[in-house]
Structures are given as C-alpha cells and as structure tokens.
Ligand binder design. Sequence first.
Ligand code: COA
Ligand code: ZN
Length: 293
Amino acid sequence: MTGGVERPPPRVTVVEVGPRDGLQNEPGRVPTAAKVSFVEALAGAGLRVVEATSFVSPKAVPQLADADEVMRSLRRRPDVRYPVLVPNERGLERALAAGADAVALFTAATEAFAEANVRASIAETFERFRPVAMRARTDGLWLRGYVSVAFDCPYSGRVAPESARDVALRLFDLGCDEVSLADTIGTATPGDVARLLDVALRDLPGNRLALHFHDTGGRALDNVAIGLDHGIAIYDSAAGGLGGCPFAPGAPGNLATETLLACLAGRGIETGVDRLAVEHAVAGLRDAIASAA
Ligand code: COA
Ligand code: ZN
C-alpha cells in the first residue's frame, strides 16, 4: 500500500515541532509569554501544523510545565492545527481542559527507549493509549502517533526496519490519523531511511506517514531527499534547529525549519510557508530568552 503518493510530492506539509521538541530541551528559562508568541509567530509564517506544547509529567519535562497556560493563552488561527503531546489519560484530560483539538501519542521502536522515556514497555504504552485514542475519536480530536528511535536507539543500537514498521502499524490500528517515524538521535543515514521506507510502505499509508529528523550527523536533508523520492509529503522540523530529547543522550537539534524550507523551495516543492517570517519568529524567541536570563 502506498496511499497514492506522488514521487516526489509537489507539495509538502511542514510540521513545526520547535515549541515542543525544541523547547522541552532548552536549558534556559523561557517565559510562558515568549512561548505563546513563538507559536503565534510560527502559525503567522504559514505553518499549518504547530506542535504547541506537551502535557507530560512536569517532573519529567519541567521546561513545559506551563503547557496549560500556553494552550489557554494562545490566539489560535482557524486554519492551523496545534497538536500537543499526551503520554496518558491524565495528559489527555489536561489537554482537553486547555482546549486542545489535536493530540500526539508517543511510543518507541525499542523497549529500552520506551522504558527510559515513559517508564513503560512498548505494550504498556499501547495499554495507556487505548482509552486516550477512544476518547480522541469520540471527541473528534485529530490524532498523531510518534515512533521514537525508528532507526537507532541510544540504548540498544540499530533498530530493525520491521520493528519500527510494526509499532507504526499499531499506531495506525489504534486510530492515528498520521504517524511520524522519528530519528530521535539524528544518526540515520540515507540508506537507513530507504530501508525503513521500503519496508514501511508495503503496509502503511504513505500519505499519512511523516518523517522526523534530527541533524546530529548532518544528514537530515539527505534523509529528507530519500523521503521525497519515496513520496513522503510530511516532514517535522523545528524553527531555529532548536531542541533534542532530554531522554536521548547526544540528541542535538532537530532539522531546522528554515533549512528544510530552503531545501524544498530549491526543489520547487510548495510549502506555503514564509521562511523569513520563521527566522523572525526565532529571533523573537532568542531575544525573549536573552532578556529573561
Ligand atoms: N501530566 C501531569 N502529571 C502527570 C502526568 C501528566 N500527563 N502523568 C503522570 N503525572 C504525574 C503523576 O500524577 C505523578 O505525580 P506524583 O509523583 O506527584 O504523584 C507522577 O507524574 C508519576 O506518575 P506515574 O503515573 O507513576 O508515571 P511515571 O512516573 O511512570 O511516568 C510518564 C510516566 C509517561 C508520566 C512520564 O515518564 C512522562 O511524562 N514522560 C514524558 C517523557 C517525555 O516527554 N519525553 C520527551 C518526548 S519524546
Ligand atoms: Zn525529535
């Protein structure tokens, strides 16, 4: 099954994850108002999906402990989706109370990473997700799923493409509208990406698959190119190349949204996003962090 993909796709959806994947790992204190302005500026730049924050345990990710306030303060645009990360039912309750209409569940392709990140086995993460997904469906929420460490795991090494594919399949079976395959530690090579997509596209809907690259090895754009060749039309990136995962040692920034946009524009692929406006959003955030320090 390829989900009717075009290779390369004429248009790509850029999923902005900076306010979540980026800021969850920001060492400096970021004022809540600066987070809200950042999300608003990114949406204003033409990004149609901006992952706004994360309703995980504030003990696990203190940087995003103000998720409720961020979501409540946000002036939302009707044409933009603002997914929030949710690890369990408690997270969903908080997200709904704050008015979220899109949520993202996250699990991993390896047991070791699931244990480190959410203190659960992969099977246990799906136990947690079942009530969340049911509620999401009855409440009409848009649902995203993440497969962390889809290529390499900092604890257990290389990941078999079939393992990542199987977890993605379970997320689709659960009712996810979209599933993102994440190179959480940024070590995937173009060959790895091709191998995973060749396996994944046999069983998964290609038009609902996203790729999420970190730029640790400097190969994120080469990896995007492989994704495009396979017809994948959804890419996650973080404005300013912010971020990384606090539970993935050595994970530096995500692929920068500006870099991704320049690459796509160079290939004549439409995104509808204004790159300069993204740069302004990043400058605004950096100023706010500097003056809060
Ligand atoms: N929001 C707020 N608090 C939460 C919560 C949520 N979604 N889920 C759990 N908690 C609180 C509990 O109330 C409890 O608080 P207490 O110690 O004051 O009683 C504490 O967190 C532990 O809860 P428990 O259910 O035992 O969870 P755990 O310790 O097994 O941790 C997770 C599981 C998933 C909640 C936690 O590991 C987590 O939030 N991880 C997120 C990791 C992450 O965001 N990684 C980056 C994204 S890839
Ligand atoms: Zn990431």
